[in-house]
Design a binder for this molecule. Sequence first.
Ligand SMILES: Cc1cc2nc3c(=O)[nH]c(=O)nc-3n(C[C@H](O)[C@H](O)[C@H](O)COP(=O)(O)OP(=O)(O)OC[C@H]3O[C@@H](n4cnc5c(N)ncnc54)[C@H](O)[C@@H]3O)c2cc1C
Length: 296
Amino acid sequence: MHYNLGFQREKVNIEENKSLSGLTFFNSRGHARFYAEPETIGELRDALRMAAEENLRIQVIGSGTHTILPDGGINGLLISMKRLKGITIKGALITAMAGESLDEVINTAIEHNLMGLEEFGGIPGTIAAAIRINASSQSKHIGEYHFYTDTMTFDGKIHRKPDYLDFFNSRRNILEENEILLSTTLRLKEGKRTAEARIKKERYTELMFIPPCKNFIGNVFKDGSTYKASDLIKKAGMVGDKGLRCEFSSVQSNCLFSYPECTEKDVKKLIEMAVNEVERICGEHLELSVSIVSEN
Ligand SMILES: Cc1cc2nc3c(=O)[nH]c(=O)nc-3n(C[C@H](O)[C@H](O)[C@H](O)COP(=O)(O)OP(=O)(O)OC[C@H]3O[C@@H](n4cnc5c(N)ncnc54)[C@H](O)[C@@H]3O)c2cc1C
C-alpha cells in the first residue's frame, strides 16, 4: 500500500501483515499489522501521519540487533529506520543519518582523519540505536562524542538536542518515548594516523569474540558504575544451560544465544532469572540494555 497525504510529495511504501522473521537478530514469530522502511524524512513523516490517522501504535527499530519483538506480533505500525542513509563531514564534525551502520560511520571518520570511534569497532547495528542506548566499549561510551542529535516526534515536528542537556548519563535515554532519531552529529579528534586508527579498530573488532550473527543478543544488560554486567551474570551462576531454549554465553556472559526453536517467553524467563539471581547473590539490580517490545 502506498500512503501519502494530498499535499505531500513523497510516498512511503507501507506493507501490511509483515512477517517479523528476519527483521531482528532474535527471530520473532509474529507479524506487524503495518511495516515501513522510510528512505527520506518526508517518507517518515508520511508514515507517522498515517499512524496518527489510523490511531496506530508506533514502534521503531534500526537494524534489529538489540530488540526482541513479541511472538504475538505488533498490532500497529513498525518503522525500520535502516534505509535512512547519508554521512557528511564538516571539520571535526561527522553527521550520520539514523540508518547508517556504526561500522560505516567509524570507517568514514577514519578516511577523513577523524579519530576516537575506533574502540566501537565490531558493535553491530545503526548509529541511531548506538546513540539511543549510549553504546559502550570497554569503559567508553559513544555519548562522549555526541555534539547534537536531530529527532522527529510522532506529530512530525523536528527537534534539535544539543549535548549540554546532560543526556549522556549512561543510564538515561536521550530520546522521549514518542521521538525518532533522524541524524546525529559527533565531534571527533582531528589527526593523521589513519593507518594506526584502522588497525586499532580491527583489534577491537577481533576482541568481540562473538561475531555479530543472528541468534546472538549482545549486551543484554547495562554495566553499572561499579560493576560489569558480565561479571555479575557469571558470579550468579547464570552462564550455560538453564533448561530453556536460550542461554548466556560462556565466552561473553552478557551475550545471550537463542536456539532456533526459542520463543520470546524463553528469553524473558532467562532474563528474569538472571535479574533475580544477581540481586540475591550479588546484591545488585541489573538494568536491561536490550529493548523488549510488548505485545499489542
Ligand atoms: C554480538 C553482539 C555484540 C554486541 N556488542 C555490543 C557492545 O559491545 N556494546 C554495545 O553497546 N552494544 C553491543 N551490542 C548491542 C547492539 O548491537 C548495539 O547496541 C547497536 O547499537 C544496536 O543497533 P540496532 O540498529 O541493531 O538496534 P535495534 O535493535 O534496531 O534498536 C535498539 C533500540 O534503539 C531504538 N532505535 C533504533 N533506531 C532508532 C531511531 N532511529 N530512533 C529512535 N529509536 C531507535 C529501538 O527502538 C530499540 O529500542 C552487541 C550486539 C551483538 C549482537
